[in-house]
Design a protein around this ligand. Structure first.
Ligand code: NAD
Length: 341
């Protein structure tokens, strides 16, 4: 098989990284953005065909294997379903969707088209995350008693006012979707599915800036009996402080921390010591703010491995749906409890 050919929908910030990694593993054949200038800038750099309308790209570019979706959250479902129906495999940025219904429709569309659906969850490849997943899969922590997630980041007013979709209910969906869906994904990935949630949230400092909360707390009960807490905010004073997950198991305690789940901060495990973890990649740096670890290279390696060597999808549509469901449960509980005095 020759090099895989890719199309890219949405040519904003994260698309630059996608284009770079696509060019390392395959060929970027076509790009599309409703802002033609952005499509031109990226298309010219990679010698790709340029479109401002997804329907035209899907109609004319029959040679493509995979469409990468890098548009705002609220458009992922529409763009993914169109691409699958047109006969392409899809790699969709996180969050998979901002409604459970939409995520279900995306899985259905992939099944009906008999095409593969990949969701970008690059933090799963962070060296400490991979090491802890390996421990849990091999029962080295024993029964998991509880898990505690801390997401303490800073997103200033300019972060939202410089974007026409971030902070909107319709296209962003909520702080858990844009900022912290990677972290929620790790709760599912490492611990399991969530049965019940109680949650409060509040918009403390972004009242006229965003249409949803900037801070929230949640308590969780998992189907396997584990208990959990989620503490998240974009009000960490002036800068990102921490993104961490602490797990208390029968045979060990571990904390993955740093700002982006990129350091193994604490370990005390029966008969095991995690050592010699590779450095990992630096986080995505967008100038005025810093995002998650930049492991998109691993995401693209996985796409190639699945489509060319029969490998297993690193994060499939079903797993993407689970993140959306857990976030949906947190928001539903907060909507119910917020009004109660
Ligand atoms: N995996 C990660 O760590 C990570 C990091 C950043 C962003 N993201 C995700 O990537 C997506 C894009 O985020 P971003 O920061 O690059 O946003 P962005 O605003 O910089 O880029 C989005 C682009 O989509 C274009 N667009 C909007 N509607 C379109 C349409 N109908 N057809 C074609 N193009 C359209 C916009 O013009 C814009 O250029 C979001 O879903 C975000 O959550 C993921």
């Amino acid at each position: 098989m020759g090099k895989l050919k890719f199309g890219l929908i949405g040519c904003g910030r994260i698309a630059q990284r996608h284009a770079e990694h696509i060019s390392n593993v395959g060929e970027l054949k076509a790009v599309c953005d409703i802002d033609l200038r952005k499509a031109q800038l990226l298309g010219e750099k990679y010698k790709a065909n340029i479109y401002s309308d997804i329907d035209e790209l899907l109609e004319h570019e029959k040679d493509i294997d995979v469409i990468s979706i890098c548009t705002p959250n609220g458009l992922h479902a529409e763009h993914t379903i169109k691409s699958l129906k047109a006969g392409f495999h899809v790699l969709c940025e996180k969050p998979m969707a901002i409604s459970v219904l939409d995520a279900g429709k995306m899985i259905d569309a992939a099944e009906k088209a008999n095409k593969r659906l990949f969701i970008v969850k690059q933090n799963r490849f962070n060296p400490p995350v991979a090491a802890v997943k390996n421990l849990i899969d091999n029962n080295k922590l024993g029964r998991i008693y509880s898990v505690h997630l801390s997401c303490f980041w800073n997103r200033n007013f300019e972060y939202y006012t410089n974007s026409d979709w971030k902070g909107t209910k319709e296209l962003d969906g909520g702080t858990l979707f844009t900022q912290f869906s990677h972290f929620i994904d790790l709760l599912f990935y490492l611990i399991g599915d969530v049965q019940e949630v109680y949650s409060f949230n509040e918009n403390f400092t972004h009242k006229d800036i965003i249409e949803f909360e900037d801070t929230g707390v949640a308590i969780l009960k998992f189907y396997n009996g584990a208990l959990g807490t989620v503490n998240y905010t974009v009000n960490s004073y002036k800068k990102n402080m921490e993104g961490s997950i602490t797990i208390f198991g029968e045979k060990g305690t571990v904390k993955i921390g740093g700002q982006y789940l990129n350091e193994l901060e604490y370990q005390n495990i029966e008969g095991v010591k995690i050592e010699g973890l590779p450095e990992g990649n630096p986080p995505n740096n967008y100038g005025q703010y810093v995002g998650s670890m930049s492991n998109h290279s691993e995401v693209y390696k996985n796409v190639v491995n699945v489509l060319e060597n029969g490998g297993i999808i690193a994060t499939n549509g079903f797993e993407g749906l689970k993140t959306v469901e857990i976030i949906d449960k947190i928001y539903r509980s907060a909507a119910k409890l917020n009004g109660k005095s």
